[in-house]
Design a protein around this ligand. Structure first.
Ligand code: AAL
Length: 402
């Protein structure tokens, strides 16, 4: 009994000592490295009593508001507007070619039934049984659907079930479409790979890669034979299940293929779904693409939205993970840090690649395409615009400081 009491008392002393240490021991947090101006800007007047939040604020990277923006989305006119019976989603970047805008996108027909029924004949997702189509526009607002660009492959091919979520790159007189592929049957555990097609004209015809140009890591192990993606012996790399949303950027004499990874045994973390981005690098647009040893290069995100800026690469991180709704930038395409935290961003952005990207960090986001996310209905492509926000004022209030 005595020893139990002694043990409890010791515990109490240690807990008390730990508390005082945390709040009073300046050795743990060196406030002296921050200037009077740092404290004044954050509104902290008592350096002896720094809350955890104040310590974090002092440690934030010194960034201005150059990357902080707000968005609005709107319906488009013409063939990309809502249409009963047809799914159009995941728009690529928008290219301006001879005065006309071009976009490529996933297109499927008919309702989505999900995984509970006849997966051999039904549609499990809106992006199942898709082909890649394209549309053109003179002003970016009214669009005309042109025709099929890249169809699914013949039965037995790696892309026989669906080709979808496409991005486009123009390079050296050639056009490249990079997209997701699924081979039938589209069950819950099916692996998703990346395919590529190329042409010397945006109108096609397109030549498809005979094999996927990138595949999931193969170091995860499913548990049992049930078609259940949460039952795993071992999860494997962050991209052990699916590679999604591929986008190739020419960068520093090489080709950086950014993608979203989905892991076997995906979990819900304190920031939501466990989704991260990776990059694979090649010397030529057609590959071979080699995954960076630094992967994953984000801890959050969803659809890839990346652009070159100031010698580095910027990335809009949306939807999932603790760092969702941030714009990040890296000096090297690999090591990203947060430049702004925004209110919310449109899904699946197709960037306007003809923007003057050097004008300012987010110039490329002034307008572009997105889609209406609604899994139970026919999804359609929409437009978005964004603007910088530098002050918060009431009507008639003078926003200028001296
Ligand atoms: C999107 C993208 C990929 C997924 C599906 C269609 O948000 O991440 O493209 O496969 O959803």
């Amino acid at each position: 009994m005595k020893s139990i009491i002694r043990f409890l008392l010791l515990g109490l002393v240690l807990v008390h000592w730990g508390c005082t240490c945390d709040t009073h021991n300046p050795g743990k947090f060196d406030a002296s490295i921050y200037s009077e101006q740092d404290f004044d800007q954050l509104g902290i007047t008592n350096k002896e009593y720094l809350s955890a939040a104040s310590k974090r604020a002092l440690q934030w990277e010194d960034v201005g508001n150059e990357w902080f923006i707000e968005f609005e989305v709107f319906d488009l006119k013409g063939d990309l507007a809502y249409e009963e019976g047809i799914v159009r989603r995941d728009p690529s970047s928008v290219l301006k070619i001879n005065g006309n805008y071009f976009v490529w996108y996933s297109r499927s027909t008919g309702p989505t039934q999900g995984f509970a029924g006849d997966i051999e004949n039904e549609k499990v997702f809106p992006w199942d049984r898709c082909d890649i189509w394209y549309a053109t526009s003179e002003d970016g607002l009214t669009w005309k659907e042109e025709k099929l660009a890249v169809p699914r492959g013949p039965k037995g091919a790696y892309d026989d079930r669906s080709v979808f979520t496409v991005e486009v790159m123009e390079w050296d007189g050639m056009y490249y479409l990079v997209y997701q592929t699924v081979k039938s049957p589209y069950n819950v555990r099916v692996k998703n790979q990346v395919g590529l097609a190329w042409s010397d004209s945006p109108y096609g015809p397109w030549t498809k890669s005979e094999k996927p140009i990138l595949s999931p890591a193969d170091n995860g192990i499913w548990k049992g034979d049930d078609d259940n993606r949460f039952n795993v012996e071992k999860k494997g790399d962050f991209d052990s299940h699916k590679l999604h949303d591929p986008c190739i950027i020419p960068y520093k004499g090489k080709f950086y293929l950014y993608y979203k990874g989905e892991q076997m045994g995906e979990e819900i973390t304190f920031g939501g779904r466990q989704i991260r981005h990776g990059v694979a690098i090649a010397d030529n647009p057609n590959g071979p693409y080699v995954k960076s040893p630094f992967n994953p290069i984000s801890n959050s995100g969803h659809e890839i939205c990346v652009w070159p800026y100031n010698g580095g690469i910027a990335s809009l991180i949306t939807t999932d993970g603790p760092e969702k709704n941030t714009i990040q930038w890296s000096p090297d395409g690999i090591n990203f840090s947060i430049k702004s935290v925004i209110k919310g961003a449109p899904h699946a952005i197709g960037l306007n690649r003809s923007a003057d990207i050097d004008a300012e960090p987010t110039e490329i986001l002034r307008w572009g395409l997105t889609h209406k996310y609604m899994n139970n209905d026919y999804q359609y492509i929409r437009g978005f615009r964004s603007w910088r926000v530098t002050t918060h004022v009431a009507i008639g209030e003078n926003s200028k400081s001296e």
